[in-house]
Design a protein around this ligand. Structure first.
Ligand SMILES: C[S@@+](CC[C@H](N)C(=O)[O-])C[C@H]1O[C@@H](n2cnc3c(N)ncnc32)[C@H](O)[C@@H]1O
Length: 406
């Protein structure tokens, strides 16, 4: 059965998030022949797995393969994803203001005897590069900067960027293929939770159905089956009305549990777009938040341009906080990105540059507008901080902490 989604509401979110252009599929820029051949190879892999699984795979498995299949998935293969020449722009890719400001929160944790920074999902390496450069200026470098990145291709790009821009600090950086058995660190993940595969479901008077993917006449289609096990239990706990199609982030929850189990002391700081559960699963958002990004355009069809486009969903921060508490983590703070950056001192960073030095000041002022405006990233993006054996307050949440809304 094919599914229709509320395209307009999804496109509205996309514009707000990243200044992306909403697009009808027919208006998207055409991929090159090589890109189409790449997409065909990944589609063949997925079709093979569907056949081997009896004709249906869950959407979460489809998304995992589309984004992360070794050598073929969107994040694993060589496409240019980040920045204005790629598919979307993240906060660190806009310029150095985000990292320069975040460095003030990092410096506070490092002063409080947290010895290392562990960045999860480092993308192009830009955040690592600008954070380390600023921490060097603040004379507050961590003993080690660790990067956990699933994509071999991105690990290579990160290494090249850091070797080029910070050759004198590269010895501090270690790339990990898995979490160390125990770690004391400030763990940072910017736009990582939204890149983790989600389960798709619908509710009806018959109960909860899981959405999956089938292959029919050489094309993929969405298809539903009655939900079972952990998914059915988790969706039933949301108490949704019939007719709700949305996502649930069981993989992101498992990720938080894993990091919690390995962290002996420190802070986990996750920055992403999303809402508390009562907004996420509000009846007016009954078609969910799944969306796709391709060359600065946004649309809602994950079965299009497989492997060439990003697929993403917003984060349910209430669920992240609940899973964290169940895993022995303390909720240290939850705030909008704008409020967090103000608390960290973004205005001091700006004030350090003279407005008369227009070449330096204007780009920073433009970045501040994008990072903080409620119409852009300021309100939709949130920062959540989770701690273990970390008793000190965090400066990023001194004003406007919204833990009570989760
Ligand atoms: C949307 S990008 C964000 C990149 C970067 N943090 C930024 O803000 O520009 C998501 C990143 O997370 C990585 N990633 C996705 N799932 C991951 C996981 N389970 N563990 C580690 N990295 C992951 C992707 O390969 C990619 O580097």
């Amino acid at each position: 059965m094919s599914m229709s989604r509320n395209v307009l509401s999804i496109l509205t979110y996309s514009r707000i998030i990243r200044g992306l252009l909403p697009a009808h599929l027919s208006l998207l820029p055409a991929p090159s022949d090589a890109a189409l051949a790449h997409s065909a190879r990944l589609s063949a892999l997925i079709a093979g797995e569907i056949a081997a699984s009896g004709g249906w795979i869950s959407f979460v498995r489809f998304m995992e393969l589309a984004l992360h299949a070794p050598g073929l998935g969107y994040y694993s293969a060589g496409a240019h994803k980040f920045g204005s020449a790629g598919d979307f722009v993240t906060a660190p890719e806009m310029g150095r203001l985000f990292a320069t400001t975040l460095a003030r929160q990092c410096a506070e944790c490092l002063h409080n005897d947290v010895p290392a920074i562990l960045e999860i999902g480092a993308g192009s390496g830009r955040l690592a590069c600008d954070l380390l450069a600023e921490l060097a200026t603040l004379e507050c470098l961590p003993q080690r900067y660790l990067i956990l990145e699933t994509s071999a291709d991105l690990r290579e790009r990160q290494r090249n960027l850091l070797l080029r821009e910070l050759p004198h600090l590269v010895e501090k950086i270690t790339w990990l293929s898995e979490l160390p058995s125990s770690i004391e660190a400030l763990v940072i993940g910017n736009e990582v939770l939204d890149a983790m595969p989600v389960h798709l479901f619908t509710t009806s008077s018959d109960g909860v159905a899981e959405v999956g993917v089938i292959a029919k006449h050489g094309a993929f289609e969405m298809s539903r089956r009655p939900a079972t096990g952990q998914l059915r239990t988790a969706v039933n706990e949301l108490h949704l009305e019939p007719g709700h199609t949305s996502e649930i982030h069981l993989a992101a929850h498992a990720f938080v549990r894993t990091v919690a189990a390995h962290l002996t002391r420190g802070v986990i700081m996750l920055i992403d777009y999303g809402f508390p559960a009562h907004e996420y699963y509000h009846p007016q958002r009954s078609s969910g938040t799944l969306m796709c990004h391709y060359r600065q355009h946004a649309h809602d069809d994950p079965l299009h341009l497989i492997g060439l486009q990003d697929i993403t969903a917003h984060v349910d921060f209430t669920a992240i906080a609940r899973v964290a508490a169940e895993s022995g983590l303390e909720l240290l703070g939850y705030a909008s990105q704008a409020q967090f950056l103000i608390n960290c001192g973004i205005t001091d960073v700006l004030a350090a540059i003279s407005p008369h030095d227009t070449a330096a000041y204007l780009p920073l002022a433009a970045q501040a507008q994008q990072l903080m405006s409620p119409a852009e990233m300021g309100e939709l993006f949130k920062v959540i901080a989770l701690g273990k054996n970390y008793p000190d307050p965090l400066r990023g949440f001194t004003q406007g902490d919204k833990r009570h809304t989760l």
